[in-house]
Design a protein around this ligand. Structure first.
Ligand code: MF3
Ligand code: CO
Ligand code: CO
Length: 248
């Protein structure tokens, strides 16, 4: 069952979304050559606390980090560590917070002095794929219209779509129904209705679509070690255009 949020619940989702977005953007600004993802994570932890919120990730199914930080060939769920960020890297920062019982989940991929045009394109296309997915999330659409819009944006640029990890409903729980694949034919699945809240999160690869999970049981990497980009917003379906909840 896909639950429909009440007006009061949507107000709570706006508050948690705004905090998640504020933390995402503040952390993103600190991503420079020479910083470590562990330092970024500690900073995120302080900010989350300063908003009287909690990390929705820490301890989730045993996840050991406050945020996820996924560098280059890491697709998602990278655990912050002490490796130095370097020029040419791309870093996805995924922030999930719980505030007043509701979750905001958002991610951005930041480029660190990237000059390779194909890498620039990968990150731009991942952002525009998210925008297309959000644009397709209107009352009365089918769920897979969102999936299809994302996939088309990725493949028309010559990239590939990660299939093993998907977007999701979000609310009191981080992962609620439905799952939202980033690929598939349009016109399938449940009908979207105003009041549904969802995390839409394309994961797009420069090379082949295959991914694997490392021995730490979290870090998802591309099998061919080529770059992957990820971005995510929590949105609410409305009677008009979807409302982005993870905005500042
Ligand atoms: N934020 C991720 C998502 O977008 C999930 C992180 S799982 C965790 O769905 F364990 F790392 F928290
Ligand atoms: Co996320
Ligand atoms: Co998510």
């Amino acid at each position: 069952m896909i639950n429909i949020k009440t007006a009061d619940e949507l107000e709570c989702m706006r508050a948690s979304g705004r905090i998640a977005a504020t933390v995402r953007d503040a952390v993103a600004e600190r991503i420079v050559s020479g910083v470590t993802t562990l330092e970024l994570s500690e900073y995120a932890g302080e900010l989350i606390k300063s908003h009287d919120a909690e990390s929705a990730f820490l301890g989730y199914h045993g996840y050991p980090g406050i945020i996820c930080s996924s560098v280059n060939e890491v697709v998602v769920h990278g655990i912050p560590n002490d490796r130095l960020i370097e020029t040419g890297d791309i870093v996805s920062i995924d922030v999930g917070v719980r505030f007043n019982g509701f979750i905001g989940d958002t991610a951005a991929t930041v480029m660190v002095g990237v000059t390779d045009p194909k890498v620039l394109k990968l990150v731009e296309v991942t952002r525009s794929a998210l925008a297309k997915g959000i644009a397709a999330a209107v009352d009365g659409a089918h769920l897979s219209d969102v999936s299809h819009a994302i996939e088309q944006e990725g493949i028309k640029a010559g990239f590939t779509i990660v299939r093993e990890f998907v977007g999701h409903g979000v609310g009191r729980e981080m992962h609620e129904e439905p799952q939202i694949p980033n690929f598939g034919p349009p016109g399938k699945g449940p009908i979207l209705r105003a009041g549904m809240t969802m995390a839409i999160e394309p994961m797009i690869n420069m090379g082949k679509p295959g991914v694997k999970v490392l021995d730490d049981e979290w870090t998802v990497v591309t099998r061919d070690n080529k770059y992957s980009a990820h971005c995510e917003h929590t949105i609410a379906v409305t009677d008009g255009a979807a409302e982005i909840l993870t905005k500042v």
